[in-house]
Design a protein around this ligand. Sequence first.
Ligand code: MRU
Length: 336
Amino acid sequence: MSLKTIYWENNRCMLIDQTLLPGEFKELEIKTAEAMVEAIKMLRVRGAPAIGIAAAFGIYLGIKDSSAQTGEIFQDEVRKVAALITSARPTAVNLFWAADRINALVASHTKSSVSGLKSMVLAEADQIIDEDTAICNKLGDYGAALLKNGCTVLTHCNAGGLATASYGTALAPVYKAKEQGKTIHVFADETRPLLQGARLTSWECMRNGIDVTLICDNMAASVMAKGWIDLVIVGTDRVAANGDFANKIGTYGVALLARAHKIPFYVAAPFSSIDTAIKTGREIPIEERDPEEVACGFGKRTAPNGVKIYNPAFDVTPAQYVTGFITERGILNPPF
Ligand code: MRU
């Protein structure tokens, strides 16, 4: 996987501006916590694991020039920047997980020097990238065992390399199976309204030599009925303890369709996406986004001015529709 979605270099965070894909490949230099919040809100960086990494670097950007005199004052500053960063998006638990991790690290070393604490925060962010890379590998290995040579996987949204530091989650099994010499076909739902499937999944699959077919979201039932889909794999932004999970709006419908057509439905998720503090999916906060994304996506108005619009970015799929969770610890079933 040659794609570097997000990384640290020369005192700033570099990330691919995913709003410009597939037309333009451009890396952004993020130099402040505020710029990181903007990048997360606008989906320049997106996908649950990637925004966890962005949160860690965002916190470092917010405190790297701190003039705090004591560890306690510094800890307070870290907490404030972490709160700013986590206000960017509510659904992906990885954002909160990464911020909690940095807060806890600093809280347990308040007797260290402030410069030492700053280095620790940056090292922790780098460590999150390394861990995510290893996790994607493991998800890929476990998931690839489910994929027979010649099979076809349907996915929704983008849970590939662009959403993580490495192979992705839902696409990791596909990439790994390819490395093992298997031929795997992917059907990518275009994923209204922001077209992560069309713009990102089909782009990265083609770039990585995966045979991908793009369909509109409303074509999934039809291709399943034709017998073209062997397996569905999606990513997730947050899994509740009972296995209900949030993912890009439309995922619930895909799960129902898979059940109706007796197609196995898997969720690929790092443990950092499992929120054991939440018992069921009803408690997962669902982000609602600007109605203009539906009415005027990509510069063309496709709905009358003033029409009422509901634009939730995610939905919750009940655990009963999930065949298994592909995690770094193997293929698991709830409760978690
Ligand atoms: O709004 P997005 O593009 O951040 O939504 C992303 C998804 O829904 C992904 O499927 C999820 O974050 C898992 S990414 C490995």
